[in-house]
Write a protein that binds this ligand. Structure first.
Ligand code: CLF
Ligand code: SF4
Length: 294
């Protein structure tokens, strides 16, 4: 049984460029920017740009409706044979736009069943959607988990939108953390591969991320991706404006090394845009804007 589980995981990661270092030399991914809304505020985000859960802030993606997204995906799949994965990663949060996100997934499942489906989320709504994620045949989910301690969280998340109202500060972080951890457990129980993204914010969660790594690994996360905070002032993020710096590459690598004792670390992330197309590190999005696809 252990062997068949290993074979199953192997099958799920072997052509996913983010989950397998080896696969990223041979397979491409694309994102469709169908999810404009978000239900939380991160201090490293500027809503005008892409969700920094997965993507590099500073560039505005062309928001597509589901029909356009499907058309674009089919066009890219026809043009780039290595394209194996379709991800929804913003520009807001995929699960704050559930109707749009699941329409794309279910239509693609019917029309292009060979394309693997991938979802990235801040996790706030995850427990409510695990059933639907499993039903849509989404094999890969990324949760951005920056902390498991609400006192740390209060320095990263000023508010969340929850049960029709805005909740601030520590209480907000507490709810978000609980939802993320519950969502992680539910996905693992379903056999869905979970990658955890963490944004490394020096002086706020850098030391704490080692503990995060231990906890998510114990709960069955498959991969941990520690990404550097990008906080150029011109992006207009809270951290950018308050002078919070990002880590140096040495600091990032040292933390990744520390976490690596605990679990599989992703080290080839390129912090893609919410509308990226192509091999990791390559962005052919401008070849497939809607005016060219339609
Ligand atoms: Fe996209 Fe993310 Fe899926 Fe990959 S990206 S939703 S898991 S298909 Fe990959 Fe890009 Fe890093 Fe993301 S390199 S930002 S980890
Ligand atoms: Fe921005 Fe993403 Fe955070 Fe929402 S989850 S506030 S879009 S970084």
């Amino acid at each position: 049984q252990v062997a068949s589980l290993a074979a199953d995981i192997q099958k799920k990661v072997q052509d996913h460029p983010c989950y397998s270092e080896e696969a990223h030399h041979h397979f491409a991914r694309m994102h469709v920017a169908v999810a404009p809304a978000c239900n939380i505020q991160c201090n490293y985000c500027n809503r005008k740009y892409d969700c920094s859960n997965e993507s590099r802030p500073g560039v505005v993606s062309e928001v597509l409706n589901p029909a356009q997204a499907i058309k674009k995906t089919l066009a890219v799949a026809a043009a780039i044979p290595q394209m194996s994965v379709l991800g929804i990663a913003g520009p807001g949060d995929a699960l704050a736009n559930p109707a749009r996100t699941f329409e794309v997934f279910s239509e693609l499942q019917k029309r292009a069943p060979d394309i693997k489906l991938c979802l990235s989320t801040n996790g706030l709504m995850l427990p409510q959607y695990v059933e639907q994620i499993a039903a849509a045949n989404v094999d890969h989910v990324t949760i951005t988990i920056n902390c498991i301690d609400p006192d740390v969280g209060a320095q990263i998340y000023p508010w969340i939108f929850w049960n029709h109202r805005r909740i601030m500060g520590r209480e907000a972080a507490e709810i978000l953390i609980a939802q993320q951890q519950k969502g992680l457990e539910m996905l693992v129980a379903r056999g869905i591969l979970v990658k955890v993204n963490s944004v490394m914010i020096p002086g706020i969660n850098d030391e704490h991320l080692k503990e995060v790594s231990r906890v998510v690994r114990a709960k069955g996360a498959f991969l941990h991706n520690v990404m550097p905070l990008i906080s150029e002032a011109e992006h207009g993020t809270h951290f950018g404006l308050t002078g919070q710096r990002g880590p140096t590459s040495e600091e990032l690598q040292a933390l990744q090394d520390d976490c690596a004792g605990e679990m599989n670390m992703m080290r080839h992330c390129r912090q893609c845009r919410a509308d990226a197309v192509g091999m990791l590190g390559e962005d052919r999005g401008s070849d497939f804007t809607m005016d060219k696809v339609e």
